[in-house]
Design a protein around this ligand. Structure first.
Ligand SMILES: Nc1ncnc2c1ncn2[C@@H]1O[C@H](COP(=O)(O)OP(=O)(O)OP(=O)(O)O)[C@@H](O)[C@H]1O
Length: 321
């Protein structure tokens, strides 16, 4: 063994023991399974996604409808562990509906939807979701909303849980709102509180439905960077819905574009080649960025114009809120 490999292995051993200490502090002994999987992800965080990475979500001919109206049809794709996948498509095409299916809040009316090789039958603490309408408990303060989520995954005393909740609220610049009720917050603040609550769960799968829709541009940029930073550290699998083309290109490994529908299918898939960790300026100024943005806009416009040619109603984002 050379001196440099010895040094490298010692450093790795130090990192492993440090991580084990952190995990044991954070979760206690009951949660070693979860701790072990986080440890593996932490150690593998800089390893690129390859075909060898296990499949997290598999949709096989998935369909869903309300009554006689089919909303989603023949949805077929896989998402690998640790992938950041963005879902895009015109308003009303079924992106939120698909997130509900993955979360287990609704079940497919046809086809198979699996997570970790098991059919989705119910909701799970391993799947954190940020809804468009924030859905905080109005009778709890902002801090209590985050603490409630944390108490599901941390076996700790109230004071420690309170401290961690404060840290998550600080991440979304909301530490001053700990004792305020959701009704006392602005829409953007409620949205940030819901994001803090979802992040606090450290779930394997993070489902985000237009999480930055109500935010001002500066806060939006801050939260995009935060999500990417946390994703880089934790390597959660993320499904993220947005109407913002630039946001999608900056965040995603892959973009799935739904057709206008209903019923909608996954009409196009775009792989995003920018190296990680990503630097905003570098990405936005690259020639590939402009090319990908134009490609994506072309695909989105094509779907909409086809729909108009069939003389169907086209909805705009926000029409249905
Ligand atoms: N509870 C419901 N009952 C009947 N139809 C519904 C219900 N919820 C949603 N829909 C319909 O399902 C379709 C898909 O809605 P969904 O909210 O999934 O679209 P979306 O792509 O997320 O839209 P947006 O971008 O506007 O949020 C729409 O036509 C909508 O009207």
């Amino acid at each position: 063994m050379t001196q440099s490999t010895l040094k490298r292995d010692c450093r790795l051993a130090e990192e492993i023991s440090e991580e084990i200490r952190n995990l044991s502090d954070a979760y206690g002994n009951e949660c070693w399974k979860k701790g072990g999987s986080r440890l593996a992800k932490t150690l593998l965080k800089d390893v690129p996604l390859t075909e060898d990475v296990p499949i997290k979500i598999r949709a096989n001919d998935v369909g869903f409808g309300y009554g006689h109206q089919d909303i989603l049809q023949n949805i077929d794709f896989t998402v690998r562990e640790g992938e950041f996948v963005v879902l895009m498509g015109p308003s009303g095409c079924g992106k939120s509906t698909f997130l509900r299916l993955v979360s287990g809040l609704s079940l497919p009316t046809r086809g198979k939807l699996e997570i970790d090789g098991e059919p989705v039958r119910d909701t799970s603490i391993e799947r954190a979701i940020v809804f468009q309408d924030y859905s905080l408990f109005p009778w709890l303060t902002t801090g209590e909303n985050v603490m409630l989520a944390l108490s599901q995954v941390m076996k700790k005393k109230k004071k420690e849980i309170q401290q961690v909740a404060q840290e998550y609220l600080q991440m979304v610049q909301l530490e001053h709102a700990f004792d305020k009720y959701p009704g006392q917050l602005s829409g953007g603040m409620r949205q940030r509180a819901a994001i803090a609550r979802a992040l606090a769960l450290s779930a394997d799968l993070l489902l985000m439905d237009e999480p930055f829709g109500a935010l001002d541009p500066v806060t939006r940029v801050h939260l995009q960077d935060l999500i990417l930073q946390l994703w880089q550290d934790r390597r959660q699998t993320v499904l993220f819905v947005t109407h913002d083309v630039e946001e999608a290109l900056f965040l995603a490994d892959r973009i799935l574009l739904f057709s206008p529908g209903p019923p909608s299918i996954v009409a196009h898939e775009l792989k995003i080649p920018f190296a990680r960790p990503r630097q905003r300026k570098k990405v936005f100024q690259s020639p590939e960025f402009t090319e990908l943005r134009d490609q994506l806009m072309d695909h989105m416009n094509k779907g909409l114009f086809e729909k108009l040619e069939r003389e169907e109603t086209v909805f705009y984002p926000g029409d249905r809120i």
